[in-house]
Design a protein around this ligand. Structure first.
Ligand SMILES: Nc1ncnc2c1ncn2[C@@H]1O[C@H](COP(=O)(O)OP(=O)(O)OP(=O)(O)O)[C@@H](O)[C@H]1O
Length: 352
């Protein structure tokens, strides 16, 4: 981000009685950026969003939007709008009236409202359903009405709280792409709150991974997936194997032998884990030439583009391995296999 951020949060903390919902959280969201707050239930995502919207006040820290300090600014004075799950639509109002709702409250005239609603219907590709009531729409259409309604007043920042929670899996995937495309066209900043890592990976330009009121890592989807900063992030995003070992003379000593350790921070003799993705592990028939760990295939799951294997290692423990369809020798349950990794395939973290 080279331009000044649209949203800047510095050292935000918030307690509810004995519970520290947020502790010293800082992040920036750029103009036109799609940002995701991702983390397990109770990590503080909703609290952070409510602070940005002005429904809660900070105990400490500062929130700026467009360079202006938001302390003391009520929700309606912030260039922010919220979108919840689709059931937040007014059931007794037509699609048109649902979208026009915020505009009427702003005191806009009839012609201006009609033009703006028509523009929004076109943006969310819902032309022709303006007279219908929400209950006569599909789940995906209702979602897009909710999006149009939230966008109608022209917020600079749209906050979306678990926006796809009410949709089934296939519709979720489709709607993820639609929301992303709409955001890209409008260049409004979006902050989506989700506990669903797929949703964050697919939609966001950058993701903040949260845990227990703190941010563990902020980065692009590929960054948090390929280079998780903490063991928590490594385990929370995607599938991961954790193999135990220890640190010896600057190397991780574990089931795969000695692997170099990047960076410092791990002391001699410390217990550590090697985190390695299933797709970064090679599986081959055991022959005299190839080196690696021996195991037995316990389970094979065919998933179209990829095949997933669960192996029981001869030295103890299980390992998940995946690979592209039709690549390499086939394996069946009960087959012996040899497993290897490239030295840079995994990341090493201190044991928790
Ligand atoms: N108004 C409140 N009063 C008391 N405790 C609260 C309040 N709001 C949130 N909390 C607590 O603060 C912590 C963070 O809650 P928050 O709702 O922000 O998490 P979340 O990550 O959004 O979770 P979820 O995904 O379940 O919505 C939780 O422990 C929650 O119980």
């Amino acid at each position: 981000m080279t331009d000044a951020p649209l949203l800047s949060i510095k050292g935000a903390s918030k307690r509810f009685g004995a519970i520290a919902a947020l502790e010293d959280v800082s992040l920036e969201v750029g103009a036109g950026e799609f940002f995701a707050l991702l983390g397990p239930s109770g990590c503080g995502k909703t609290t952070l969003m409510r602070l940005v919207a002005g429904f809660e006040t900070l105990d400490a820290g500062r929130i700026e939007i467009g360079g202006a300090d938001m302390s003391g600014a009520p929700p309606h004075r912030r260039p922010v709008n919220l979108m919840f799950q689709s059931y937040a639509l007014f059931p007794h109002l037509s699609v048109f009236e649902n979208i026009a709702f915020g505009l009427r409250r702003q005191g806009k005239g009839r012609a201006e409202i009609a033009a703006r609603v028509a523009e929004l219907l076109q943006i969310v590709r819902l032309e022709g359903v303006e007279t219908r009531r929400p209950d006569l729409l599909s789940g995906g259409q209702r979602q897009r009405v909710a999006l149009a309604r939230a966008l109608a007043p022209g917020p600079r920042l749209l906050l979306l709280d678990e926006p796809l929670g009410a949709l089934d899996r296939q519709l979720r995937e489709e709607t993820q792409f639609q929301i992303k495309e709409i955001q890209r066209r409008l260049k409004t900043s979006f902050v989506v709150v989700t506990h669903d890592q797929d949703e964050a990976l697919v939609m966001a330009d950058r993701i903040a991974v949260m845990r227990a009121g703190r941010i563990e890592q902020i980065g692009a989807p590929t960054e948090v997936y390929e280079r998780p900063a903490t063991r928590f992030v490594a385990g929370f995003i995607g599938q991961m194997n954790f193999l135990e070992g220890h640190i010896e003379n600057g190397a991780f000593v574990g089931p795969f032998g000695r692997l170099p350790v990047e960076g410092g921070g791990l002391s001699q003799g410390a217990k550590a884990v090697l985190a390695v993705r299933p797709e970064r592990i090679a599986i081959a028939p055991a022959t005299q030439e190839n080196a690696g760990l021996d195991g037995v295939v316990e389970d094979v799951a065919f998933r179209g583009e990829t095949t997933h294997f669960r192996l029981r290692l001869s030295g103890g423990g299980t390992l998940r391995v995946s690979r592209g369809a039709n690549s390499g020798a086939p394996f069946c349950v009960g087959d012996a296999a040899r497993i290897s990794i490239a030295p840079e395939a995994g990341r090493i973290f201190a044991s928790e």
